[in-house]
Every structure is written in structure tokens, then in C-alpha cells.
Write a protein that binds this ligand. Structure first.
Ligand code: ADP
Ligand code: MG
Ligand code: MG
Length: 886
């Protein structure tokens, strides 16, 4: 087995084997770009090393051979006392990963080769000693775990003694002395001398990179980002080039376009007379890359030409690291660069215009999560606005409000009409009411899978978690950050997308993308490249997708909005709200009805009200199907709570008032109490137990449809029966419904479909039978998930999901993304058996999964006809349905 690859042997598609950095160094080498020669030790070598604790057989020999070839090519030997070859040892996994070992530069320097290096550099002693002290610092810190501050303090001390704050004011003698100090620090912490053997330095550095794969931070990061734990990292050994040789040398980073907006232009930073990470470390002020043009025109021109070449080659935005050694440009890294959601759309559209990619590829390069991000309002940022701290963006949105520290206070203030941000160290199930009341949630501990993060995402509430710079004192009702104390009632602004936290009120901007979907911005005329890009890519997604997209909407207003957002019908119109408000009283009469006449009277009063509701919805969705679900929740949910009633009755008795009605209600509530309402008298069961209830709803639906048709519309009602588990349930409802339909449509024909939800596992497993009585199925994946797993969403998300996520039992909450193996299998079985029994059976999904990107791909693959989701998610579903095809 081969473990080591020269840069000339790899290419960009070998990221699994060579890591991202190694694969791209090889790609650039083979493009003929100026990359310092070197080689990559594969991830397989790392895997073998980690499995056994020692280097696999043959690895040492391969390294020796490749090092020999490198020395040959460079005409220098590693650490040679007179004319040393120096190398950098760089980690590089398939995915870039914070927490991994950092790079060690200048490997090969020691007490004698430092003199050789100075001679190489034309007697530049300062440069040689600067390079040596950097080696001891980086090697000590990253290979031997010497606390980095010790070196930094020593450097500060040295500068103070010199009366300067600038590294560049230190001369060769200062740096030589600093090397002495560094070596003492090294001995103090490791109990040994700094290794003088170049080969030993190299070997230790390589092993340390291997081992850093399992560093605590790296493990944590992988778990959070769901990166498999067994990939391992590659190690790149790269001959050194020097940006710290004097003013004609330097180092920099650049993007081929603006990674924030996607705009074309020159984006980068340059630092003269510096090495490696000085640029990112912010030790000295960098200059904008444009200034390199004055400093070194030929190198600047070459750099721009290379950037254009890389973009054309990768057909995407690239970021790069480069170094200029005495006027000569060297490329040290490139990769397809990270970008904001907005830039992703803009760049994809630009690349289509430039002929580098086609629209399919553009569609492939953006995703629903990015689109969703662009649909949140965002903070209006100004130049002088600085975040006070940075946490993890756990649930997107821009929230502004008064800080509160206790759930109870959050509820009180929210009830008084205040916008509040609930701040906690971490949250637990007791905080739930406060979390519901708050505009946003901010915690100082925990990551993307913490209680706060999971629950906030479930509620669609803005959340920033793990802002560890915040010192939260719940008892004193304040937190401190960056030397400031923020008290209860002070205003903060939190950005759940970026994780940034601002003190005070930051103005919020509505999303332009939403304004575009609302039809307020003309994408052809807009001078906003983002809107144009979104429009083009969405249009392509619509042209490509096979899945239909509907919305879950209960009112005419929601239906109209859904339609503007691109919905092609309603997949779930709940009717619960048609029993609320002023109509509660009718529901109470219905429940308390002692005789058929009483009950029929109550239903008769509900009928015209519901008919008007349906007519409004049919008008808003004219010409498109509207699936109306008959009433689903247990009726006692429409009654006051037991406690409330008991108090009423007691107070009335006290005052000697008549409480007959409340007493009646109270006994009804007692009678109807259920241990587990989720599994109780609801859905189709209600329809079969309470005479006339479903019949009233069916009549209201069909009469509304007839009314609309008479007025020239073309309503397409679909009546959906909830919670069916057996075909006989559906047949009973169907027989009654068909009679009503026949009667109502006698004079004005309207086609009415009757179908069922598939949300009870038994329904999925007997779908072949149920299809005999159903013209369509709609998968209610919320209930199906609850019943397949045997847990109720409201009870478990806060109670133990964080633990399941932490343990990896869930990669993601099954309520966020469909559990393809379990719940998804039920969907698959029901689809296949349903269609086998009734070819052409219409299949859809109306759970919240209908708007989740991964789930949309799953439903596409199962062959559903449409997905239905909340109006706001409709664009996301359209986009992902298009992506599922290409
Ligand atoms: P990271 O992944 O943190 O960017 P790198 O391995 O890219 O780590 O290296 C850190 C810094 O050192 C970068 O600025 C890089 O350009 C620089 N560097 C790495 N190898 C060399 C080399 N052979 N010569 C000069 N600079 C180098
Ligand atoms: Mg790094
Ligand atoms: Mg780098």
C-alpha cells in the first residue's frame, strides 16, 4: 500500500485520500502554478497510525524516499548546517476543521543550520533568528503542548525592553536572545531540550498531526458538524518559502470574489515582511491587496492572472494563500471558498453568465438552508457597529429585546407587551414557558445540539448559544461581557444566523428575498443582484422539479400568501380554528347537548360560519386543489381547563350565584379527561362518535365549493379524514359524505375527492386496503413520527433529545428531518401498496417535513406527487424539489 504522494501525483478529486489542502496543492502543481515542492502523507496512514498507535509498516521508508527526492529537487538537505532545506508540516483533513493541529513552519532549523540559513539569505541574521524562534514557538505549542502564552509573554517582554511594540524593530541580537529564552521555556515544560535533529523534528511533527485528529476540540467539532470520526487527516510536507526576508517579501490571503456579497473584484489582505499566520493573527495591520500593485507590480499581475485561472479551473469562488519571496510569487493553498448565503446565489448566477457553469449546476450549488437564511429579516449593519461577543448561530433570525434571566420574568414582560431575550447559561425543560415568551434565546454554554438550540429550532425561534464570553449571573440578573455589565431590562440584539451579539438595539431590515416572493420587487428591473439571482435559480428549479408544492394554510389570507410564494394548492387546511373564538360557545353547546335536537341546533349554527370560511379559502386558491382536514383534536381541547372551571364554580358558590352551566361543563371536562389525549378520542374517532359533526363539515365544504363554482370560480376541494387506522373507519365516513356530496352538487357539479391522512402506523401497513376507499393519501409525518417512535413531540424535545443527539442516537431530530429508515419506510410501504391497489392514487405529505430540504429529497425519491409545508417554507421546498431532480 502506498502512503505518500508527491504533489505532482495527486489531484483535486482525491480529498478523501490527501485531504482538502493536499489535493488542491497537487491540483495547483499540475496546473503549472508556482507551488513550493512537497509531498502529502495520506489519511490512510493516519488511520493506520491511530488504529495501532504506531506508524504502519513501510511509511518511514516512503517518507525517507520522498524527502530524498525533495532534497534532490531543491538541491538542499533538510536542516543542512551550511545550506538547509526547511519544510512546513501542515495538517489537512477532507473537511477543514478547527481544533486540529496547526501548522509548524521552518522545520529543519537548529543551532547550526540557523547560521546556514542566514548565509543563504545573503547574511540576513535577523531573518534566520526570526525563523528559528518561530519554529520553537510553533513546535513547542502545537507538537509539545507548551502553553502558547509563555512564548507570547517572552516576545512582549523582549519588545518592551526594546521600547517598541513592533516585531520588526527587534534586531538579530534580540531575536537570538529570544531563541535562548524560548528554549528555556521549552525545557521547563517538556523536561527535554528542543530537538536539534531535523529528522526527529519532522517525525515528531508528523505524529503530532496524526494525533491531533483526536484532540478534544476536533472530536467535539466533528460531532457537532456530523463529520465521521474515522476519516483521519493527511499531513502535508512542503518546502519553505519566506515572506519574512525583507520589504520585497510578504504574505497574504485573497478571495477571487467577495465572499460576503459575491461581487466581483479584488478581495484580500497583504502583509509585507511577514511569515505565515501573521496575516490572520492580526499582529500587524495588513494592507488591502490592491496596494500590492504599487509594492510589486509583476507579482501582483501574476497573482491576478492566477486567481482568474483558478476560478476558471474550479468554476467557482476560490480562496488562496500566497507568499512572495524576494519578489517571486508562491501559491501555498487554495480551495473552493466559503461564502454567505447571499454570495452563494449571486456567484452561481454570475458563473452562469460567464459560461462557466449551466443552470443545473447553479441550482446544485445553492440550497434550501441558504434560501431560508435569506428569508429572515436581518440586522442593518453599519461600519461602527461591533458585536460584543460571538456565539454559535443555532436558530436563524434577528431578535431584539430586553434581557431577562428567568423564564417567569420573560412571561411577565412578554404578557405586558415587551420584546424580551431570555439569557441563560444553558436552558432546561423548566425554561420552556420563558423560551416560548421570548423573542430570542441566548446562552453562554452548549452547542448546536444543546437543549436551547434544539428547542429553539423546533419553535422557529432565534437562538444564539455557546457564547462563552458571556458571564451569566442569573441570581444577580445580569451578565458581564468584555468588561461591561448588562442588567435585566437592557436591550440586546442577537443574530441567530451568524451567532453575533450586539448591545443595544440594532435596526432590522426586512428580507429583500421575501419582498421579491411577495411580488414587491421586480426581478427583471431590480438593481439588486441577489434578487435577480434568486429569481433565475428559482425559475430553473420550478422548471426542473417533478414534485408539486402546496402549502399548509388555514385561512384565506394564508392561502393568498402561500400562492404568492409559489404554492400550487393547499395540502393541509386545518379546521380547528373554525371552532374557536366566538364559536366556542357553540362547541360547548354541542358537547353538552342532551338531545339530538340540541346537538343539531348547535351544528346548524356552525354550518354557515364554516361555509363562509371555506368559501374564502377556495376563492384565494381558485383553480388549485385545497385539502381540507376534518376536525382532528379531542373536543375537550375546546373547553376551558379543569382548574379554570373549578375556580369559577367555587367563586360562584361563594357568592351564591347560579353556576349550573359551569358545573355542567366541569363534569363534562372530568368525563372527557384523557390520560393521553394524543392517543385518545380524536380524528376520525370523533367523527364516528359524535353524530352530525363530520357531516356538518362536509356539507360546509361542498356548499362553499358550489357557491364558488356558481360565481364562476373553479374550486377543487379534497376532503381529508384524519387519524384513520383501518379502512372500515374511512368507509363509514365516506358513505355518509358521498350522500351529502351527491345532494349538494345535484344542481351545480363540483368534483370532490375524498382521501385520508396516513399518520397511524397501522394505516401505513394496511395502505393497500385503505386505498380502496381513498382517492388520495396525505402523510401526516408529525403524528406518524410520534407514533412510530412512541413519543410525543411536546414532551420529548426538551426532555431528552439533547442527550440523544449528544450520544449520536439521532443525527438530527426526527421532527426536523424525516427518519428515512423507520418513519420513511412506513411512507414507502404505504406509497407502494397504496398505488398497487389504486393506480394513480394521489400522494402527498403535509407534516412539517414537507419544508425540510433533506426530507424533500426523500419524498421525491419515494415518488410522492407533492409536498405541503408552511407558506414561509414554500420557496425552500420549490428549490429543493428542483435540486432533487438534477
Ligand atoms: P491553516 O490551515 O491554518 O491555514 P496552513 O498549513 O495553511 O494552515 O499554514 C499556516 C500558514 O503558514 C499559512 O499562512 C500558510 O500560507 C503558511 N505556510 C504553510 N506552509 C508554508 C511554506 N512551505 N512556506 C511558507 N509559508 C507556509
Ligand atoms: Mg489553522
Ligand atoms: Mg492555510
Amino acid at each position: 500500500r502506498k502512503y505518500v504522494y508527491d504533489f505532482t501525483e495527486g489531484n483535486k478529486d482525491l480529498k478523501d485520500l490527501l485531504g482538502g489542502k493536499g489535493a488542491n496543492l497537487a491540483e495547483m502543481t499540475n496546473l503549472g502554478l508556482p507551488v513550493p515542492p512537497g509531498f502529502t502523507i495520506s489519511t490512510e496512514a493516519c488511520q493506520a497510525y491511530l488504529a495501532t498507535g504506531s506508524r504502519p509498516a513501510g511509511l518511514a521508508e516512503e517518507i525517507t524516499a520522498h524527502l530524498g527526492a525533495l532534497e534532490e529537487a531543491m538541491g538542499r538537505r533538510l536542516g543542512d548546517p551550511d545550506d538547509p532545506l526547511l519544510v512546513s508540516v501542515r495538517s489537512g483533513a477532507k473537511f477543514s476543521m478547527p481544533g486540529m493541529m496547526e501548522t509548524v513552519l521552518n522545520v529543519g532549523l537548529n543551532d547550526t543550520s540557523v547560521a546556514g540559513l542566514a548565509r543563504q539569505a545573503g547574511g540576513n541574521q535577523r531573518f534566520a533568528w526570526d525563523s528559528y524562534r518561530r519554529l520553537i514557538q510553533m513546535f513547542g505549542k502545537t507538537v509539545c503542548d507548551v502553553p502558547g502564552e509563555e512564548f507570547e509573554h517572552a516576545l512582549e517582554e523582549c519588545k518592551r525592553a526594546r521600547g517598541t511594540t513592533d516585531d520588526l524593530d527587534l534586531d538579530a541580537d534580540d531575536l537570538r536572545a529570544l531563541v535562548g529564552t524560548y528554549k528555556k521555556i521549552f525545557v521547563k515544560h517538556t523536561g527535554r531540550e528542543f530537538p536539534q535533529q531535523p529528522l526527529e523534528q519532522l517525525e515528531l511533527a508528523i505524529n503530532a498531526v496524526f494525533e491531533s485528529w483526536n484532540a478534544e476540540r476536533a472530536v467535539l467539532y466533528r460531532r457537532q458538524e456530523r463529520i465521521p470520526a474515522d476519516l483521519g487527516t493527511a499531513v502535508n510536507v512542503c518546502s519553505m518559502v519566506f515572506g519574512n526576508l525583507g520589504p520585497d517579501s510578504g504574505t497574504g490571503v485573497a478571495f477571487t470574489r467577495d465572499p460576503a456579497s459575491g461581487a466581483q473584484g479584488i478581495y484580500g489582505d497583504y502583509l509585507a515582511n511577514a511569515q505565515g499566520e501573521d496575516v490572520v493573527a492580526g499582529i500587524r495591520n495588513t494592507v488591502p491587496l490592491q496596494q500590492l500593485e504599487e509594492l510589486n507590480k509583476p507579482a501582483y499581475d501574476e497573482l491576478l492572472a492566477i486567481m482568474a485561472r483558478l476560478e476558471e479551473h474550479y468554476r467557482d469562488l476560490c480562496d488562496i494563500e500566497f507568499t512572495i519571496e524576494r519578489g517571486k510569487l508562491w501559491m501555498l493553498q487554495t480551495r473552493v471558498g466559503k461564502r454567505t448565503a447571499a454570495a452563494a446565489f449571486v456567484i452561481a448566477a454570475q458563473l452562469v453568465d460567464e459560461g462557466l457553469i449551466d443552470l443545473d449546476e447553479a441550482l446544485h450549488r445553492v440550497n434550501g438552508d441558504q434560501l431560508a437564511q435569506l428569508m429572515f429579516p436581518r440586522f442593518k449593519l453599519s461600519d461602527d457597529l461591533r458585536p460584543v461577543a460571538q456565539g454559535i448561530g443555532a436558530s436563524p433570525g434577528a431578535a431584539v429585546g430586553k434581557v431577562v434571566f428567568e423564564g417567569q420574568r420573560a412571561v411577565e414582560l412578554a404578557n405586558a407587551g415587551e420584546a424580551v431575550i431570555l439569557v441563560r447559561r444553558e436552558t432546561n425543560p423548566d425554561d420552556l414557558p420563558g423560551m416560548i415568551a421570548a423573542r430570542g434565546i441566548l446562552t453562554s454554554r452548549g452547542g448546536k445540539t444543546s437543549h436551547a438550540a434544539v428547542v429553539a429550532r423546533g419553535m422557529g425561534k432565534t437562538c444564539v448559544c455557546g457564547a462563552d464570553a458571556l458571564d451569566v449571573n442569573v441570581r444577580d440578573r445580569n451578565f458581564t461581557v468584555a468588561g461591561q455589565t448588562v442588567e435585566e431590562g437592557d436591550v440586546v440584539s442577537i443574530d441567530g444566523t451568524t451567532g453575533r451579539i450586539y448591545l443595544g438595539e440594532v435596526p432590522v431590515w426586512p428580507s429583500e428575498v421575501v419582498r421579491y416572493f411577495e411580488g414587491e420587487l421586480d426581478p427583471e428591473r431590480a438593481d439588486d443582484p441577489l434578487v435577480t439571482a434568486v429569481h433565475r435559480i428559482m425559475s430553473h428549479a420550478d422548471a426542473q422539479r417533478r414534485l408539486g408544492i402546496r402549502a399548509n394554510a388555514d385561512t384565506g389570507e394564508d392561502a393568498a400568501r402561500a400562492r404568492r410564494f409559489g404554492a400550487e394548492g393547499i395540502g393541509l387546511c386545518r379546521t380547528e380554528h373554525m371552532f374557536l373564538g366566538d364559536r366556542r360557545e357553540l362547541v360547548e353547546r354541542l358537547i353538552l347537548a342532551a338531545t339530538d335536537t340540541d346537538r343539531e341546533a348547535a351544528l346548524a349554527e356552525l354550518l354557515p360560519l364554516q361555509r363562509a370560511d371555506f368559501a374564502e379559502i377556495f376563492r384565494a386558491m381558485d383553480g388549485q386543489p385545497v385539502t381540507v382536514r376534518l376536525i382532528d383534536p379531542p373536543l375537550h381541547e375546546f373547553l376551558p381547563s379543569l382548574e379554570e372551571l373549578a375556580v369559577h364554580v367555587a367563586v360562584a358558590h361563594e357568592r351564591g350565584e347560579d353556576a349550573a352551566r359551569d358545573e355542567q361543563l366541569l363534569s363534562a371536562v372530568r368525563r372527557m379527561h384523557e390520560q393521553n389525549p394524543m392517543l385518545g378520542l380524536r380524528g376520525v374517532r370523533l367523527g364516528l362518535v359524535i353524530p352530525g359533526l363530520f357531516a356538518m363539515q362536509v356539507r360546509a365544504i361542498v356548499e362553499a365549493a358550489v357557491e364558488c363554482a356558481r360565481a364562476g370560480g373553479s374550486p377543487k376541494p379534497e376532503i381529508m379524514v384524519p387519524l384513520v387506522g383501518a379502512v372500515q373507519e374511512l368507509e363509514t365516513v365516506r358513505t355518509e359524505a358521498e350522500k351529502i356530496i351527491a345532494e349538494v352538487t345535484r344542481e351545480q357539479a363540483v368534483e370532490v375527492l375524498i382521501g385520508t391522512m396516513i399518520e397511524v402506523p397501522r394505516a401505513a401497513l394496511t395502505a393497500g386496503q385503505i386505498a380502496e376507499a381513498a382517492e388520495f393519501f396525505s402523510f401526516g409525518t408529525n403524528d406518524l413520527t410520534q407514533m412510530a417512535w412512541g413519543f410525543s413531540r411536546d414532551d420529548v424535545e426538551g426532555a431528552f433529545f439533547w442527550r440523544y443527539l449528544e450520544l449520536g442516537i439521532f443525527g438530527i431530530s426526527p421532527f426536523e428531518s424525516i427518519d428515512a429508515d423507520g418513519v420513511g419506510r412506513l411512507v414507502r410501504i404505504a406509497s407502494e401498496e397504496g398505488r398497487a391497489a389504486r393506480p394513480g392514487l394521489k400522494l402527498g405529505v403535509c407534516g412539517e417535513h414537507g419544508g425540510d430540504p433533506e426530507s424533500v429529497h426523500f419524498f421525491h425519491s419515494v415518488g410522492l406527487d407533492y409536498v405541503s409545508c408552511s407558506p414561509f417554507r414554500v420557496p425552500v421546498a420549490r428549490l429543493e424539489a428542483g435540486r432533487a431532480v438534477i
